[in-house]
Design a protein around this ligand. Structure first.
Ligand SMILES: *[C@@H]1O[C@H](CO)[C@@H](O)[C@H](O)[C@H]1NC(C)=O
Ligand SMILES: *[C@@H]1O[C@H](CO)[C@@H](O)[C@H](O)[C@H]1NC(C)=O
Ligand SMILES: *[C@@H]1O[C@H](CO)[C@@H](O)[C@H](O)[C@H]1NC(C)=O
Length: 183
C-alpha cells in the first residue's frame, strides 16, 4: 500500500468515528439541558396548578418510547420547535404575569437544544417516517394554540400551556434517560 493511500484510509476511519461520537453526544448533554429548561419553566411563574387538565399526546409518546433512536431525535426536534413556536409570544403573556426574562432564557435553552439535535439529524441516512407522528404532534399543538385563542390568552390558559409543556419536557427526558441505558 502506498503511503498516501494509507493516510487516506486512516483519515476516513478517523472521520467516521468522530461523526459517530458527535451523534451520540446529545444523550450526554440532554439531561443537563432538560433540567435547565424545566427549572426556568417552573421559575417563570408561581407554583404549578395541579388541578389543571390539558390535552396530551400520550399515545405518541408511547410509540416514540419504542422507536429507533433516530426517530426519537426527530420527534424531539419537532416537539421542541412546536414548544418554541407556542411560547415565543410575549406580547400575549400580559395576563399570565410571567417573568419574561425567564421566558426568554427558556426559549434560548430550547433553541440551543433543538439546534444541537438538528446537527445529529442531518447525519442520519434513513428518511423520516413522517406520517406516524408529525401529523399527530402538529394537531396537538394546534389544539393548544386554540385553547389560548379561545380563552383570550388568559392567565388560566397560559397555565394550561405551561402544564402541557412541562409534561412534554418530562416525557422527553424519560425517553432520553431510557435510550442512554441502551448504549
Ligand atoms: C402508555 O403506556 C402506559 C404504560 O405502558 C399506559 O399505562 C398508558 O395508558 C399508555 N397511554 C396511552 C395514551 O396509550
Ligand atoms: C425575572 O428573572 C430575572 C432573571 O432570572 C431576575 O433577574 C428578575 O429579578 C426577575 N424579575 C422578577 C420580577 O422576579
Ligand atoms: C434522568 O436521569 C437524570 C440523571 O441520571 C436524573 O437526574 C433525572 O431525574 C432523570 N429524569 C427522569 C425524568 O427520570
Amino acid at each position: 500500500m502506498k503511503q498516501t493511500q494509507m493516510w487516506t484510509y486512516i483519515c476516513v476511519i478517523f472521520l467516521t468515528l468522530q461523526s459517530q461520537c458527535s451523534a451520540c453526544r446529545w444523550l450526554d448533554r440532554y439531561g443537563t439541558v432538560s433540567a435547565e429548561s424545566l427549572t426556568l419553566l417552573r421559575e417563570m411563574s408561581g407554583q404549578y396548578h395541579e388541578n389543571v387538565w390539558v390535552d396530551f399526546p400520550g399515545t405518541l409518546y408511547n410509540l416514540t418510547e419504542k422507536a429507533e433512536v433516530e426517530d426519537q431525535v426527530r420527534f424531539f426536534v419537532l416537539t421542541l420547535d412546536h414548544i418554541i413556536n407556542l411560547m415565543d409570544d410575549s406580547e400575549h403573556m400580559n395576563s399570565a404575569q410571567w417573568n419574561l426574562t425567564k421566558v426568554k432564557y427558556f426559549l434560548e435553552v430550547l433553541q440551543r437544544q433543538s439546534s444541537e439535535l438538528k446537527e445529529c439529524v442531518v447525519q442520519y441516512q434513513k428518511p423520516l417516517k413522517k406520517e406516524s407522528y408529525e401529523i399527530g404532534i402538529k394537531r396537538h399543538f394546534r389544539t393548544l394554540k386554540k385553547i389560548l385563542k379561545k380563552e383570550k390568552y388568559s392567565a388560566h390558559a397560559w397555565e394550561q400551556i405551561r402544564r402541557a409543556v412541562r409534561s412534554h419536557l418530562q416525557r422527553m427526558e424519560i425517553i432520553a434517560n431510557n435510550t442512554k441505558k441502551r448504549f
